[in-house]
Write a protein that binds this ligand. Structure first.
Ligand SMILES: NC(=O)c1ccc[n+]([C@@H]2O[C@H](COP(=O)([O-])OP(=O)(O)OC[C@H]3O[C@@H](n4cnc5c(N)ncnc54)[C@H](OP(=O)(O)O)[C@@H]3O)[C@@H](O)[C@H]2O)c1
Length: 282
């Protein structure tokens, strides 16, 4: 992961009163840490997820959705107050299980939750977002993962790490494609590094001893979700970001270069495959 030294930014205002933020996946893990930090600075935050854990926090409101399903992604998009949003953050995610899981709509589950629902929501709201709205897409950009779009739904073969790697590449491709196709928006990728959260539950078994041991170890050696949020929340509203789009940021909120293998042709391949997969269930 190489730093992009051409990008410089100063923190946004500490008082975010009047700033409207939507976090798709803001009910848990890193999205939740963002939501709580933003609300503590006075922002009005709408979190989308399955389970609301912050009903007692002033400034955070909840929209329930199961983003395994693209019809739910379409509903969320239609109901989001897109015209009023200053910042949209995508943090929904799981990790592919050891055997292929399929949603009721026939989509491989990691692909559906961690990527395709984001693609569907962004495509649907982009035209309603105001010029200058910032969109942050979390994944693992800049790590050189290029994936493969030939079998995006993992129907011909299934390997959990290959499928998850495809969601990583597809999300980075989504940043690059959206930066090009929506010039009025400012679109960015976020790579948080490894952080103790619930993300590995689907792969290791929800609540299993393997999940507990691994997350315990990760918690000992890596910064917490709150530490990551403290580094990145000032970036979300930085006045300097009006000058940039399509930039990726690492766990320290430093700009990094995109993965070299994500050529225009590769990005287009992912977008064509995504449109075809989304159309299958619409
Ligand atoms: N943590 C890491 O080490 C790490 C490393 C690299 C990249 N990332 C990326 O960071 C992002 C956030 O992950 P995280 O670590 O914060 O994971 P997390 O703690 O598991 O949180 C995931 C979020 O996604 C939501 N979600 C999961 N399934 C959903 C569904 N079917 N419908 C609606 N919402 C659903 C969860 O909501 P509910 O709890 O309400 O279901 C939660 O808000 C992901 O893109 C992940 O790939 C994380």
């Amino acid at each position: 992961m190489k730093l992009d030294s051409s990008v410089r930014w100063e923190p946004g205002a500490s008082d975010l009163t009047g700033t409207n933020v939507a976090i798709i996946g803001g009910t848990g893990g890193l999205g939740r840490a963002f939501a709580r930090s933003l609300a503590a600075r006075g922002a009005s935050v709408l979190v989308v997820g399955r389970t609301f854990r912050d009903a007692d926090v002033p400034g955070i409101r909840f929209q329930q959705a199961d983003l395994n399903l693209m019809r739910e992604a379409e509903r969320v998009a239609a109901e989001l107050p897109a015209e009023t949003l200053d910042v949209v953050v995508f943090t929904t995610g799981i990790m592919a299980a050891t055997s292929r899981q399929q949603t009721d709509e026939g989509i491989e589950r990691d692909t559906a939750v961690s990527y395709l629902s984001r693609y569907v929501i962004l495509r649907s709201i982009a035209g309603r977002l105001r010029n200058g709205t910032r969109v942050f897409i979390m994944g693992m950009p800049g790590m050189g993962q290029t994936g493969s779009y030939d079998d995006l739904n993992a129907e011909r073969s299934y390997k959990s790490m290959a499928v998850h790697s495809n969601t990583v590449a597809a999300n980075e491709a989504l940043v690059l494609d959206a930066a090009e196709h929506y010039p009025g928006l400012r679109v960015f990728g976020l790579n948080p590094g490894i952080v103790k959260t619930a993300i590995r539950g689907n792969m290791l078994g929800e609540g299993s001893w393997r999940q507990k041991v691994l997350e315990g170890l990760i918690g000992l050696f890596t910064p917490s979700a709150d530490t990551y949020a403290a580094r990145v929340v000032p970036l979300l509203t930085s006045p300097d970001l009006v000058r940039y789009t399509g930039v990726m940021f690492n766990r320290k909120a430093q700009a990094i270069l995109p993965s070299p293998g994500l050529t225009q042709q590769h990005v287009d391949g992912f977008m064509t495959a995504s449109a075809a997969l989304a159309a299958k269930v619409s």
